[in-house]
Design a protein around this ligand. Structure first.
Ligand SMILES: [Zn+2]
Length: 464
């Protein structure tokens, strides 16, 4: 009954507890019959209970294919949602049926709360229950591709609307998505690979004489458009382990690459969309931020999927514009700003990639190896070390200016050749080459993973 009471010990939902503490008085509880605790009349809790319940449960769809009895009755559903004692569940179910709060009127015209109804969990609310932000994201993508480029105000506002939910999201979500990396954290180094021609010793030597420079982010005039940076704006793309680096290069069998690693020299603030599915704790459906937090999570999953999707040859630059704009928004318009993004590798199962934005992508210069007469040779056959390896030998006489490198310049990047290399200024530095980390990887085998689905040939009836 609506004027029945419940006390603080009989209620098990933390989100309702505050209300009983604040508004209840010491009186007899209809459930446990004690009067030593604060208790409140059920009518004051019904709205919150109704919201929480309808966040998760709906009627069994009467148009469903099966005729079988599906779902749970009200008491069973309440029980699995709340963990209340059965006496409480029974009382609340009765009260809901009796008073039909109807804050979320049912679509099928039946009373929402009824002993005759069965209830099923709504489709995973991460994925499809709340697509309000998904719609904003779709609108944003269309707008920036085909309406106005260079960050129109409306696009910034749409991203603000979407990412504004991040700073306000529930702590359990925020703590997973906003990730601090660098010294003293569990991510203190990153890896980067470059394909090499192991037989072209000159080119290998050129890379290894100055790995801090050659494996860092390309200078602005050579920065090609990618998922998270437009042409001419540099960014560092790496991975958290060497195998993921290799996989991202998508090298054929028989080819080789050098992988190096960099220490992260200062604390960086990253958007982490790589750890969403397993580590996010579900919010209680009774929490006031439930809907907004889960909408945001739903959006961030979509975004995570989009930036992790493999880049296919048919993709055009247009396909990157939305994600590039998000990167720019996160780096320059969001407050507090982000330094980069962690995201899943599409190439390597559990692999995680990292992009560092322009203001955190530069590698401290460690200077070019001086000397001359370099030789790159394989020591596998006669080294004392069991593993063998490659050596670089060189003479310590140095002729200044003899090794000036000339960048080959792509036609469409010519307009950028005069750009000052501001990306290298000290405040943009966040990486330091780890001496001796360069390692040659020769690709011996590539593992494919695919799912297989059968094809059934079935006739389709008219109107089916
Ligand atoms: Zn009680």
């Amino acid at each position: 009954m609506i004027d029945d009471t419940i006390c603080t010990s009989c209620n098990k939902i933390p989100e309702l507890q505050g209300r009983i503490e604040a508004e209840g008085v010491r009186q007899s509880c209809s459930v446990c019959r004690q009067d030593q605790q604060k208790a409140i009349a059920l009518e004051h809790l019904l709205e919150q209970i109704d919201k929480g319940f309808t966040n998760v449960y709906g009627h069994v769809d009467s148009n469903a294919f099966t005729e079988e009895e599906e779902g749970d009755d009200l008491e069973e559903a309440l029980d699995s949602l709340t963990g209340w004692d059965s006496a409480v569940t029974k009382l609340i179910a009765e009260t809901l049926c009796e008073s039909e709060p109807g804050y979320n009127p049912s679509k099928d015209g039946e009373p929402f709360y009824s002993e005759a109804q069965n209830y099923v969990k709504l489709p995973d609310e991460y994925d499809s229950g709340n697509d309000e932000l998904g719609a904003s994201w779709d609108k944003f993508k269309l707008g920036i591709k085909h309406e106005a480029r260079f960050f129109p105000e409306s696009s910034i506002n749409e991203l603000r609307e979407i990412f504004g939910n991040l700073e306000n999201a529930h702590g359990s979500i925020r703590d997973v998505i906003i990730r601090s990396i660098g010294p003293g954290t569990d991510i203190s180094a990153v890896f980067r690979a470059r394909e090499i021609d192991i037989n072209n010793k000159k080119s290998v030597i050129k890379l290894l004489k100055n790995p801090a420079d050659k494996f860092g982010a390309p200078p602005p005039r050579r920065a090609r458009a990618n998922r998270l940076n437009p042409t001419g704006i540099r960014a560092f793309y790496g991975s958290l382990d060497p195998m993921t680096c290799l996989a991202e290069l998508r090298l054929p069998i028989g080819s080789s690459a050098i992988v190096v690693s960099f220490n992260i020299t200062r604390k960086l603030r990253l958007l982490d969309v790589a750890h969403l599915p397993t580590t996010v704790k579900r919010l209680s459906p009774f929490h006031p931020n439930y809907v907004r937090s889960h909408q945001f999570l739903s959006f961030i999953r979509q975004f995570s999927f989009e930036i992790s999707s493999p880049i296919l040859p048919k993709d055009t630059h247009l396909d990157y514009i939305a994600t590039q704009a998000v990167a720019e928004y996160l780096a320059h318009h969001h407050s507090p700003a982000f330094d980069g993004i962690l995201y899943n590798s599409s190439q390597e199962g559990d692999g995680i990639n990292i992009v560092l934005f322009q203001h955190a992508c530069a590698v401290e210069s460690s200077g070019e190896l001086k000397g001359s007469n370099y030789k790159f040779y394989d020591e596998t056959d006669f080294d004392d070390d069991d593993r063998g390896g490659y050596h670089i030998g060189y003479m310590l006489s140095y002729k200044p200016g003899s090794d000036q490198e000339v960048y080959e310049t792509d036609e469409d990047l010519k307009f950028l050749t005069d750009a000052p290399d501001s990306g290298k200024s000290p405040q943009n530095q966040a990486l330091q080459y780890i001496e001796g980390s360069a390692t040659v990887y020769n690709v011996e085998r590539v593992v494919y993973s695919a799912n297989s689905l059968p094809i059934k040939v079935v006739p389709i009836k008219n109107g089916a």
